[in-house]
Design a protein around this ligand. Structure first.
Ligand code: ADP
Ligand code: MG
Length: 592
């Protein structure tokens, strides 16, 4: 007798069920997605024992006829697609037609449903994938599915489940994602008699975020852009909210991604989000965000995994690049001024480079003779739209900002008096921001200055860097470098931009080449140019911490800073200034 035999249908059923249903959270996800596909306005979810003992999902959607209800619990029974081609023009969350069958295979399952126009409803009961018992029943319009005793008939699977608390937390996480994806739908979630949330229909994602995750969570978010914002590039749209850099966490749990309104988990998207923050984030920390991507349906495959939690993009690079750019733009637009909050504790002033410059606590302020007030035109930064518009920044106030440089402190900070405010500017960070924008402008306008070297410099480059240098050649020329191959691995530099020390240049070129080659994800030219500019900004004859500045130099520094597009952060994302409102200062002196 042969050793191979066909598995019995029940075993097959349970194996397949395991692909879709991993834990209570998967049951909840599938049932809620069905409710949403059925056009529910209200979805109520109740769990007991973390969802292991019971999951109940009730909706007020279109319901099912008795015939449909009886069929729905069979595998590959779906009303959502007919042909495989439909997979690429999906407008529903479900399509595989196996969720109900899978849940019914591993639980005590009960479905109660009624089409709103029908007089009577129907009840369908299945125990562990056994025969369906279908009986007429009184039912509210819509559908209620109850699944009890998850994996009661597959003890090994059950053994993989974690504690009720852990499983319940997974359920909550999934529900939060689903509720974020549909602000217009009311979501109620009850866990062991305790109401965890009940969020009413809302118009905007921002309101939903606040209702669901709390005011504190919703604080310090900035809009990624709006539909009107011309955000669709190559058919890729990005909207949502992301956290200000200080909101970082040590896990990715504060990140919610949606692709065509489907809640998904995606490591590449998460990486792209982080990448958009660049050095605004300390290493090993993760930003928070609720990010909605829209792509043409035929360019995304949601059928790569039975649980549909993963998606595959036809052109993943384009999607990721777009996300990175949108995040950068949103952060650039945002008001990233550090404002001191009156708390009674002394304000905590971040040093630009901790530990590099010894600061003597007794060092006196160097006050400078009062110069006449000084006016500069500032660039207006477009106010972001949407309900969560940040506090108006300085540059949004008016055409002209008047300021007066008071002096320099500790050869680190420039003190400035502005209308109703006192600013403390980190001279080194400020100068880096200015140079960064100048270099970027030169790159974008293709007009960098070049200074010939009296003695051309020759140096060697490793093979990988040589390839990158070749690719970058055009930009190096625009920047003012005259770099020529000199045979083999040798290169000769005949001119550099005037703001660089020639002697620093070979190391810089090597670094630029490595950076260029590494920027795997951001292979967009825009991102590469930003990267080039940031790297160059670090290497210029910058104003350093610990350098005495004349009044004129300080005035020029502040004027140039205010003329920047993003004056408030250095290219690495550290703040360039801290702003004290006089009212806040007064509060520190117990004055009102
Ligand atoms: P899929 O969602 O992939 O189609 P399911 O097994 O989840 O497969 O559901 C099977 C079918 O049952 C659906 O196509 C739909 O027609 C019907 N159905 C399931 N849940 C609901 C519900 N809550 N309201 C109305 N119809 C439902
Ligand atoms: Mg489904």
């Amino acid at each position: 007798m042969g050793r191979i035999h066909l598995l019995d249908p029940l075993t097959v059923e349970q194996i397949r069920a395991g692909e879709v249903i991993e834990r209570p959270a998967s049951v909840v996800k599938e049932l809620v997605e069905n409710a949403l596909d059925a056009g529910a306005r209200t979805v109520s979810v109740r769990i007991r024992g973390g969802g292991i003992d019971e999951v109940m999902v009730q909706d007020d959607g279109e319901g099912m006829s008795p015939e449909d209800a009886a069929l729905a619990v069979h595998r590959h029974a779906t009303s959502k697609i007919s042909h495989s081609a439909d997979l690429f023009s999906l407008s529903t969350l479900g399509f595989r037609g196996e969720a109900l069958a899978s849940i019914a295979a591993v639980t005590h399952f009960e479905l109660l449903t009624r089409v709103p126009t029908a007089i009577a409803g129907v009840r369908v009961k299945v125990v562990g994938g056994g025969p369906a018992e279908v009986v007429p029943a009184a039912a509210p319009p819509g559908t209620t599915v109850t699944a009890r005793h998850l994996f009661f008939n597959t003890p090994p699977r059950r053994a993989f489940l974690k504690s009720a608390t852990v499983e319940g937390n997974h359920v909550e996480e999934v529900l939060v994602g689903l509720a974020l994806s549909r602000p217009a739908v009311r979501f109620r979630f009850t866990w062991d008699q305790r109401e965890v949330f009940d969020v009413l229909p809302q118009e905007r994602v921002a309101e939903r975020v606040e209702a669901l995750l709390g005011t504190e969570w919703a604080h310090g978010l900035i809009p990624l852009g709006t539909e009107e914002d011309d955000l669709v590039h190559e058919g890729i749209g990005v909207t949502g909210l992301i956290g200000l850099p200080h909101r970082h966490k040590n896990t990715r749990t504060g990140q919610y991604f949606f692709v065509n309104r489907r809640f998904v988990k995606s490591q590449p998207l998460s990486f792209a989000l982080s990448r958009g923050y660049g050095e605004l984030l300390p290493t090993g920390r993760f930003p928070v965000g609720v990010v909605f991507l829209t792509v043409p349906p035929h360019t995304v495959d949601v059928n790569v995994h039975p649980t549909k939690r993963e998606v595959k993009f036809q052109d993943e690079r384009a999607v990721l690049q777009t996300l990175v750019q949108r995040v950068r733009r949103a952060l650039e637009r945002a008001d990233l001024f550090k404002t001191v909050i009156p708390t009674g504790v002394p304000p905590d002033l971040p040093a630009s480079q901790p530990g590099t410059v010894p600061v003597s606590p007794a060092a006196p302020l160097r006050l400078v003779v009062k110069p006449p007030p000084f006016a500069v035109a500032t660039t207006t930064v477009p106010t972001s739209q949407g309900g969560t518009a940040p506090q108006p920044g300085l540059w949004q106030r008016g055409e002209k900002t008047t300021f007066r440089v008071i002096g320099q402190s500790h050869e680190l900070f420039v003190l400035v008096e502005a209308e109703g405010e006192l600013w403390l500017i980190d001279q080194h960070a400020a100068h880096e921001r200015i140079v960064y924008e100048q270099v970027l402008t030169a790159l974008q306008s293709r007009g960098g200055e070049s200074q010939p070297l009296l003695l051309p410099l020759t140096f060697e480059l490793p093979p990988a860097a040589r390839a990158a240098v070749e690719e970058m050649q055009e930009y190096l020329t625009i920047l003012g470098f005259d770099l020529r191959p000199f045979g083999g691995s040798t290169y000769q530099l005949q001119a550099t931009p005037p703001y660089l020390h020639p002697a620093d240049t070979p190391a810089l070129i090597l670094e630029l080449a490595q950076g260029w080659a590494e920027g795997r994800l951001d292979s967009s030219i825009e991102a590469k140019l930003q990267d080039l500019a940031a790297r160059i900004a670090c290497k210029v004859k910058a104003i350093k911490a610990g350098q005495a500045l004349t009044l004129e130099a300080m005035q020029a520094l502040v004027s140039s800073l205010l003329a920047c597009r993003a004056p408030f952060v250095c290219p690495h994302g550290r703040p360039t200034m801290i702003r004290f409102a006089l009212g806040q200062l007064a509060a520190h002196f117990d004055r009102r």
